[in-house]
Design a protein around this ligand. Structure first.
Ligand SMILES: Cc1cc2nc3c(=O)[nH]c(=O)nc-3n(C[C@H](O)[C@H](O)[C@H](O)COP(=O)(O)OP(=O)(O)OC[C@H]3O[C@@H](n4cnc5c(N)ncnc54)[C@H](O)[C@@H]3O)c2cc1C
Ligand SMILES: Cc1ncc(C[n+]2csc(CCOP(=O)(O)OP(=O)(O)O)c2C)c(N)n1
Length: 584
């Protein structure tokens, strides 16, 4: 039985949970914990410049490592500033443990200085949260927090720790003695249902794998099994924004991303398939379009660890509750033991149809030798970095995010960090800091729009302080591009407040922080400028001045079915007509 103060317990519990890094920002209500952090060297604390950024950095760390991210912030404004990041993590199933300071227990409810009802405020945006009122319960609660954040469907949890609980002495509990038995999500899928899925796969004429973030959450075994399954069956595979990298972009079965800005062939294959195998995706509205018209001819299976995800928006015939890796292992074994059957003739026809759709070349755009097209900038970035095995890409939110998903290829999981569910502008830069902390020697690039990037630009201070060589690749269209696009297509070109008339000089901004700034506006200079960015061993802001009014296509207009896409003017019209898409 080890006695220690609550503040010491926090640090001890983090060490025992294997935590190496904490992202945080101090304040009165967490000073005892900061004092303990000062007196040890095992855990590294990264001082960000805003609590929202601490959470996004922890998300980047978590997504790129598969380990939980840890955040430490003070009470009141520290906690409320963290709420956007916590909500972001909940929407994207990212495991985080957020520790917040609270006013002393005897002051709670008194409108005390920097008091906020943190557990109340974060109840709807955490997977679970706790207010610890007794030091004896503190270590156990922190161990439970790690267990809940990382088991089943991962997500953010929060432990609110009043200052008197940090000062008082109590008994420390080791992780193995913690009360974690009450939460044991089911990881093995139902065998009968998996066998039904395998039977359906044997006879399917137009099958498709529709994969998502759950494959990445499940870990490396899941991505390996997925690859084996796809390659052995020869079925086509598409993925959501959150699942990019779970099957390699160079793989034979790869159709590209699906959904609102997904590829034409991926969306039409989803619409016309006769067997849809959803693996760790959640039938998000960016995928389904108008639900009533979603993939009308298919039998559907859904593998998901969260039972509440199944039949939430789309009814499926084969629900399988379980972890992706466990279910795929069973499915693959059963499929092999039954003779590895697929309907080869029908599959060949299905691929021939997909090749027809591909002829549309839905990502084709008109390039220019006068101005940099954002798509071209990303094609060059891809060409100049794709061979780097240690490349990690983050994004902000907007058109640049969608172009990055379309034009960059991901060969491995955990290399793509983006805010999908909440769509949080300001996510990418701090996320890139978290990724670089986890992978100090890797190439970490944040593909940004200037609007989003400015939302957390203060983090240049963090990047410089810790010598983090993060590359901020800003596609600067001087517009809130995605908003402008919607205003152009749906609001009669009335560009209400979708541009800024007072953008900073990004090169000088970089220099003001002690970093390097590069500006490029001529397509002929782009390769050299990117090479200069890559060669620099410190943080860089790359201000890439691009075409201001480029639209991102394909696009499923909101409220339309998922096979009705707007395509750019430069795609193959005849093939489009054959495929039945809307063209404007
Ligand atoms: C501007 C903008 C445009 C967008 N356009 C698109 C688009 O065109 N296409 C697109 O795909 N997305 C798009 N998105 C993202 C979209 O909003 C959703 O975030 C995304 O589609 C959800 O991905 P997902 O279904 O893989 O779910 P996730 O949010 O990744 O959820 C994963 C699912 O897997 C389950 N799961 C988790 N762990 C496991 C496990 N171990 N085993 C089994 N199951 C598990 C979870 O319970 C959950 O149901 C866009 C976002 C923005 C901001
Ligand atoms: C915090 C937040 N506020 C508002 C929005 C709505 N929104 C979505 S995309 C977008 C424009 C993004 O502009 P920019 O970062 O410059 O990227 P671009 O679309 O031009 O590539 C806005 C305002 C959002 N997603 N997040």
């Amino acid at each position: 039985m080890t006695q220690m103060t609550g503040a010491k317990m926090v640090v001890q519990a983090l060490k025992d949970q294997g935590v190496e890094v904490v992202f945080g920002y101090p304040g009165g209500a967490v000073l005892p914990i900061y004092d303990e952090i000062f007196q040890q060297t095992e855990i590294r604390h990264i001082l960000v410049r805003h609590e929202q950024a601490a959470v996004h950095a922890a998300e980047g760390y978590a997504r790129s490592t598969g380990k939980p991210g840890v955040v430490l912030v003070t009470s009141g404004p520290g906690a409320t500033n963290a709420v956007t990041g916590i909500t972001d993590a909940l929407m994207d199933s990212i495991p985080l443990v957020v520790l917040t300071g609270q006013v002393p227990t005897f002051m709670v409810g008194n409108d005390a200085f920097q008091e906020a009802d943190t557990v109340g405020i974060t109840r709807p945006c955490t997977k679970h949260n706790w207010l610890v009122k007794d030091t004896d319960a503190l270590a156990d609660t922190i161990h439970q927090a790690f267990h809940v954040a990382t088991s089943g469907r991962p997500g953010p949890v929060l432990v609110d720790i009043p200052k008197d609980v940090q000062f008082a002495e109590g008994t420390y509990v080791e992780p193995r003695a913690a009360k974690t038995g009450h939460y044991q999500p089911k990881v093995k899928g139902d065998k009968e249902m998996i066998t039904r899925l395998v039977e359906a796969m044997e006879t399917a004429e137009r099958p498709i794998f529709y994969t998502g973030g759950g494959v990445i959450n499940s870990g490396d075994a899941a991505t390996q099994l997925l690859r084996e399954f796809v390659d052995a069956t020869g079925f086509p595979i598409t993925s959501t924004l959150m699942g990019l990298g779970s099957y390699p972009a160079s793989g034979k079965g790869w159709l590209g991303m699906l959904g609102m800005h997904g590829l034409y062939e991926a969306n039409l294959a989803m619409h016309d398939c006769d067997l849809m195998i959803n693996i760790g995706a959640r039938f998000d509205d960016r995928i389904t379009g108008r639900v009533a018209d979603f993939s009308p001819h298919s039998r559907k299976a859904h593998i998901d660890i969260d039972p509440s995800s199944i039949n939430k928006t789309i009814r499926v015939e084969m629900p399988i509750v379980g972890d992706v890796a466990h279910v795929l292992e069973d499915a693959l074994r059963i499929w092999k033991s039954r003779g590895r059957k697929v309907n080869k003739a029908a599959l060949a026809e299905w691929w021939a149809q997909i090749e027809e759709w591909r002829k549309v070349e839905c990502l084709r755009y008109r390039n220019s030798d006068k101005i940099i097209k954002p798509q071209y900038a990303l094609q060059r970035l891809e060409a100049l970095t794709k061979d780097r095995k240690d490349r990690y890409i983050c994004t902000e939110v907007g058109q640049h995010q969608m172009w990055a998903a379309q034009f960059l290829g991901f060969e491995a999981p955990n290399r793509w960090m983006t805010s999908g569910g909440l769509g949080t502008m300001g996510y990418g830069f701090p996320a890139s800091i978290g990724v670089q902390i986890a992978h100090p020697d890797a190439l970490v690039i944040n593909v940004a729009g200037e609007g989003s990037w400015l939302m957390n630009m203060q983090e240049m201070g963090t990047a410089v302080q810790y010598s983090l060589p993060v590359k901020q690749f800003i596609l600067n269209n001087e517009r809130l591009g995605m908003v402008r696009q919607w205003q152009s297509l749906l609001h009669g070109n009335r560009y209400s407040h979708s541009w800024s008339e007072a953008l900073p000089d990004f090169v000088k901004l970089a220099e003001a922080f002690g970093a390097k700034g590069i500006q490029c506006s001529d397509p002929a200079d782009l390769d050299d400028a990117i090479a200069e960015m890559l060669a620099h061993d410190g943080p860089v802001i790359f201000d890439c001045l691009v075409e201001k009014h480029e639209n991102c296509y394909p696009m499923i207009p909101s409220g339309e079915p998922h096979h009705k896409m707007l395509l750019g003017e430069d795609t193959g019209e005849d093939a489009i007509k054959a495929g039945g898409a809307v063209l404007v």
